[in-house]
Design a protein around this ligand. Structure first.
Ligand SMILES: Cc1cc2nc3c(=O)[nH]c(=O)nc-3n(C[C@H](O)[C@H](O)[C@H](O)COP(=O)(O)OP(=O)(O)OC[C@H]3O[C@@H](n4cnc5c(N)ncnc54)[C@H](O)[C@@H]3O)c2cc1C
Length: 501
């Protein structure tokens, strides 16, 4: 490593760091990734991501590679009581949902991380140093200096960057240096995570995920990919963790589902699920993303998803600031937008956790009666809005993600938009905007799309507008009924008060 000052240093090469590295590579920003481990983390963790995340990975140019290692989840998630009666079903199981792909996807986290790392190799502007640990961080006016220990040679060096993003996980060093406090959202519960590889077909195992809401032993069953199946099993008072991970205990716990001659144990690990969120995701040139900024219990399969959304939100803002199209203040909108969004998902996961983790038999009976066991309610996740930031408008859909329809020429919308803002509207309204707006669009390489495709026209009609301004992360920055309104919402495009370079 040399005297170079990188645009961005990413600390940590998990899914958040690797996604950010891919996106920054697309923007041509000089980036260095520093990761202490030699290999991808091999223990069982994420198995589900949603359609929005597939869309981010598509923007990173990795959709085909990710599809090759994942499967579309078309059968939902069933919340069953101890008697096997269904209380709730998570819907949203379309093969082509609002993001132009399936709404839910299942995968094995180490395989996804491998794809992300392969993707990074496309970019000459991105350097990766594994077996290097950031041990100290010094900030000065122009850049940040990272003290980096080479874990193979035991020598240390300095890496300099204009911005540092701590994607360094739950025990983040960058967060400690920031001095950020974590807000506790209330749930901390140990669960045993048990992965097996089936040796034979077990037709009785469902395709769909089952939240087995049995007060005697709450557990989750998941069909992951291929022959991999997972049980997440809640620890109860009096459980001895060391005993629980022994093969005889594990097989006993999953006896109603699978027998030892039908599967090989892959791994059994105890995790404590947390619900916490950082209060302060940025200070000057230091930022946080992924588990370093928030942790959620995995009942919704959203922890990694949130980190990938962080990367999508941050990448275009770093690009705009570092390429001189926006002032550094733009980066303050990262936490203001993302924190309420993550909060909404954590709250929902905690609420679902309350349903699943009920261990009092009386409370379980009341729950079953409330949800009318056997006549399940189908629910879908709401699409949370961003908190205040780079968007203008009173109400949804502004601040929510714009859908990705297929265009008449067969392309998906994001392919037509590319990596920058886009304005999509009727020919008339696009033709009538002011010269100042046109110049603003040009400065930001805004893609202009005349709305001729039926699905886009239908969206505009449904929302009773003539144009929509879509951000590089596909969130809606504003909607307009006239050229004058389009001029107005275009004001939210970042502008340069104090360029960084
Ligand atoms: C049982 C379980 C099930 C889950 N299921 C889901 C799911 O279905 N869907 C979902 O979306 N999420 C799920 N999650 C959450 C998901 O696994 C995490 O949110 C995700 O791995 C976090 O990614 P990250 O990149 O932020 O952090 P990490 O993956 O923790 O990566 C951080 C990296 O930083 C490195 N690092 C740390 N400090 C330093 C340093 N000083 N210098 C250099 N490198 C450093 C670490 O070595 C590590 O590689 C689950 C988690 C668990 C435990």
């Amino acid at each position: 490593m040399s005297e170079t000052v990188f645009d961005v240093a990413i600390v940590g090469y998990g899914p958040a760091g690797a996604t950010l590295a891919n996106l920054l590579g697309q923007y041509g920003l000089s980036t260095v990734v520093i990761e202490k481990d030699a290999e991808i983390y091999a223990l069982p963790r994420a198995i589900h991501f949603d359609g929005e995340v597939m869309r981010v990975l598509e923007t990173a140019g990795l959709r085909a590679a990710v599809e090759a290692i994942s499967r579309a989840g078309l059968t939902g998630m069933h919340f069953n009581n101890a008697q096997g009666e269904t209380l709730l079903i998570r819907g949203g199981t379309n093969a082509r949902g609002p993001h132009g792909c399936a709404t839910n996807h299942y995968f094995h986290q180490p395989e996804l991380e491998f794809v992300l790392r392969q993707g990074v190799q496309r970019f000459e502007c991105v350097q990766v140093h594994t077996q290097h640990e950031v041990t100290a961080i010094e900030e000065n006016d122009d850049c940040v200096r990272l003290v980096v220990q080479n874990l193979q040679t035991n020598s240390s060096s300095i890496v300099q960057a204009r911005y540092v993003v701590g994607c360094d996980g739950a025990r983040s060093l960058v967060r400690k240096v920031l001095g950020t406090k974590m807000q506790d959202l209330g749930l901390h519960q140990p669960w045993l995570v048990f992965d097996v590889l089936l040796k034979t077909d077990v037709p009785s195992l469902p395709d769909h995920t089952v939240q087995h809401c049995d007060p005697e032993r709450p557990m989750t069953y998941c069909n992951v990919t291929g022959k991999r199946r997972r049980w997440e099993i809640m620890l109860l008072p009096g459980d001895d963790p060391a005993e629980l991970v022994k093969p005889e205990s594990l097989w006993k716990l999953v006896k109603p589902w699978v027998q030892p001659d039908q599967a090989d144990i892959e791994r059994a690990v105890i995790y404590t699920f947390h619900s916490i969120i950082a209060q302060g995701w940025r200070r000057d040139r230091l930022l946080l993303a992924g588990d370093a900024a928030h942790q959620t219990p995995p009942f919704l399969g959203q922890g990694m998803c949130a980190g990938i959304r962080d990367a999508a939100n941050l990448a275009w803002k770093l690009d705009a600031v570092l390429h001189g199209r926006a002032s550094d203040d733009l980066l303050n909108t990262y936490e203001s937008e993302r924190s309420p969004h993550v909060h909404a998902f954590i709250d929902l996961a905690v609420r679902l956790g309350d349903i699943i983790q009920t261990t009092d038999p009386q409370a379980a009976q009341e729950r079953d009666a409330k949800f009318k066991a056997g006549q399940p309610t189908i629910f879908e996740f709401p699409a949370p809005r961003l908190g205040p930031g780079v968007w203008l408008g009173e109400a949804a859909p502004v601040g929510q993600i714009f859908p990705q329809p297929e265009l008449a020429d067969g392309r998906l919308l994001d392919q037509a938009i590319g990596l920058h803002f886009a304005v999509i509207g009727t020919k008339e309204v696009l033709a009538q905007v002011s010269e100042a707006t046109r110049q603003r669009w040009q400065r930001h390489s805004v893609a202009m799309l005349a709305a001729t495709d039926p699905q886009i026209l239908n969206w505009l009609q449904t929302h009773k507008v003539s144009a929509v301004l879509v951000r590089p992360d596909r969130y809606i920055a504003g909607v307009a009924c006239s050229a004058a309104e389009l001029d107005e919402i275009s004001q939210c495009l970042p502008h340069v008060a104090e360029p960084v370079h």
